[in-house]
Ligand binder design. Structure first.
Ligand SMILES: *[C@@H]1O[C@H](CO)[C@@H](O)[C@H](O)[C@H]1NC(C)=O
Ligand SMILES: *[C@@H]1O[C@H](CO)[C@@H](O)[C@H](O)[C@H]1NC(C)=O
Ligand SMILES: *[C@@H]1O[C@H](CO)[C@@H](O)[C@H](O)[C@H]1NC(C)=O
Ligand SMILES: *[C@@H]1O[C@H](CO)[C@@H](O)[C@H](O)[C@H]1NC(C)=O
Ligand SMILES: *[C@@H]1O[C@H](CO)[C@@H](O)[C@H](O)[C@H]1NC(C)=O
Ligand SMILES: *[C@@H]1O[C@H](CO)[C@@H](O)[C@H](O)[C@H]1NC(C)=O
Length: 473
């Protein structure tokens, strides 16, 4: 327990350095909103895991290297994003400089609390064995590490843990993890940072997954998701709203009572990617159901989804996908998007019941597993290996690395643009560097589109599963 004067001191120190903090985001019905002015917040984001999961260890993670974060935050400002999602972090490292850089850039963070390293994950083949007190040293460690940053937008309790083969037991365990995380948050955090689940786009069980996580249960009042993330790769190449199956997704999500967004999108079957789906995702139809999305992914890795390539000699190349996405973002009408809301009349929480579940393979059991021994005590007393971060001054706005565009030309003048207090980044806010905004292919209604809904690839989940298989050998 922190004595009162400790809290006061911490608050005073925080004040000295948060002059240009972003405003925390909160959930209001189906929307994410700015907690000060109530404006709707739509996720314009990228998934950010340079080097992949295997690059995370005791010494380094995506938010531990200041110069890398400075480079990436400055480039992401030019790209036009306001949010990053990070899959794997180490709770013991110091993240202050990186998080402060992203905060200054007006960029929020959605953080997965799990780790691919034992004991930091729920094993979908035997959840009862990995749902332990030791598991929570990772989960509560991440919550503690990030709870005091204003740009921590949300936590993911799990990513694609449920698949066709784990529909029976895993849903209960994931709700149990949400229950425990939200009890911990209620006891130890100053604000209710939202907790949700990130689902694979497995259409036969997708609606059941959403319904299972979203419904409220009076026996476990903290166990429902505060929001829902969907990893979907059904819009490939020059697809349309219909051929991509986005129309079905929009229908499915229209009755949701919580915010829903794409936690991964950006099919790479047709290259280079034009990202025509951006106009659909932020268009008038879909914004009534969805709260935006995150493009998979910022850096080029083996699975070939990158927007930028980190070169071996320490330079960085903006791939053509970067420019294509930047051009799509630049066409968005941000005034309309932040003035919109999805808080429709029927958005009343639904009570959990087996009737909500359609597919007979999916769990209808809403009785949650009991907390493992020792976990209630952590929830009551707090996790004592606290490594709570706080904002620090951003000391440099100049990025040391050389940047090339996809034509191999050097891009000069890339700097971090420190935004005024309360601002989040928007397309077009960055004054520095390249990015000519000539747009050619904005028409998302054009022709056949080679790929219909149902062609699914789940790169990060696959990667995680592979790694897990490896670690479980
Ligand atoms: C991390 O550090 C701890 C303590 O120093 C050590 O026990 C553990 O094995 C390390 N883990 C990795 C993955 O290096
Ligand atoms: C139920 O879900 C499974 C996948 O988990 C799928 O193979 C099956 O077709 C679904 N059944 C129905 C009736 O949708
Ligand atoms: C660094 O590597 C990139 C990619 O291989 C290359 O285009 C660039 O010329 C190199 N720059 C320097 C300074 O060596
Ligand atoms: C949108 O939000 C405004 C202000 O909160 C509210 O007055 C209006 O009814 C909402 N519109 C819809 C369609 O819910
Ligand atoms: C439902 O889940 C609980 C907790 O895991 C378990 O004890 C119970 O046996 C399950 N009920 C059924 C009908 O499977
Ligand atoms: C960012 O762009 C928006 C829309 O053009 C504008 O309203 C806002 O003031 C800009 N913010 C900054 C810090 O430039």
């Amino acid at each position: 327990m922190v004595p009162t004067y400790g809290r006061l001191l911490a608050a005073a120190c925080a004040l000295a350095t948060t002059a240009n903090a972003v405003v925390p985001i909160e959930v209001d019905g189906k929307d994410f909103v700015n907690s000060e002015n109530g404006d709707r917040f739509q996720v314009l984001g990228v998934d950010y895991q340079p080097g992949g999961t295997s690059a995370v260890n005791n010494q380094t993670d995506p938010l531990s290297e200041r110069d890398d974060c400075l480079r990436d935050a400055a480039l992401m400002q030019q790209l036009g994003v306001n949010t990053i999602r990070i899959y794997n972090l180490s709770p013991t490292l110091n993240h202050d400089e990186c998080v402060s850089i992203f905060n200054a850039a007006g960029i929020y963070m959605i953080l997965d609390v799990n780790s691919p390293l034992y004991p930091g994950y729920i094993d979908r083949t035997a959840p009862w064995e990995t749902y332990t007190r030791d598991y929570y040293t990772q989960v509560f460690g991440i919550i503690e590490a990030f709870k005091d940053y204003p740009n921590t937008l949300a936590f993911f309790a799990g990513n694609e843990v449920i698949n066709e083969d784990s529909v029976e037991q895993v849903p209960q365990y994931m709700r149990a993890v949400q229950r425990d995380m939200k009890e911990y948050i209620a006891n130890h955090l100053d604000r209710p940072i939202p907790v949700g689940y990130s689902a694979a786009d497995i259409r036969p069980i997708l609606e059941d997954t959403l319904n299972y996580f979203m419904c409220e249960d009076e026996d476990y009042p903290t166990s429902h998701s505060d929001f829902f993330g969907l990893n979907s790769y059904s819009w490939c190449g020059d697809a349309t709203y219909e051929t991509s199956g986005y129309d079905d997704l929009t229908d499915m999500v229209s009755d949701s009572t919580i915010p829903v967004f794409f936690s991964e999108y950006g099919c790479n079957e047709v290259q280079p990617r034009q990202f025509t789906e951006v106009q659909a995702i932020y268009g008038t139809e879909m914004t009534q159901s969805f709260s935006g999305g995150l493009v998979y992914e910022y850096t080029q890795e083996e699975n070939d989804y990158g927007l930028v390539k980190l070169n071996d000699n320490g330079t960085i190349t903006l791939l053509v996908d970067f420019e294509n996405l930047q051009n799509q973002y630049a066409e968005l009408d941000m005034d309309r998007i932040s003035a919109s809301n999805a808080t429709q009349t029927s958005a009343r929480p639904v009570t959990c019941s087996p009737d909500l579940i359609q597919n007979s393979t999916f769990s209808t059991n809403f009785t949650l597993p009991a907390k493992p021994p020792g976990v209630q005590r952590l929830i009551d007393d707090g996790y004592d290996e606290v490594n709570a971060g706080q904002l620090v001054d951003v000391e440099s706005e100049d990025i040391p690395q050389t940047v090339y565009n996809h034509r191999g030309e050097e891009v000069t003048g890339v700097r971090l643009n420190v935004l005024a207090s309360g601002q989040s980044n928007e397309p077009g806010n960055s004054t520095s560097g390249s990015g000519s905004g000539s747009s050619s292919d904005s028409d998302s209604d054009s022709d056949d589109g080679g790929n219909a809904a149902g062609i699914l690839s789940v790169p990060f989940g696959l990667l995680t599963a592979t790694l897990l298989a490896f670690f479980m050998l």
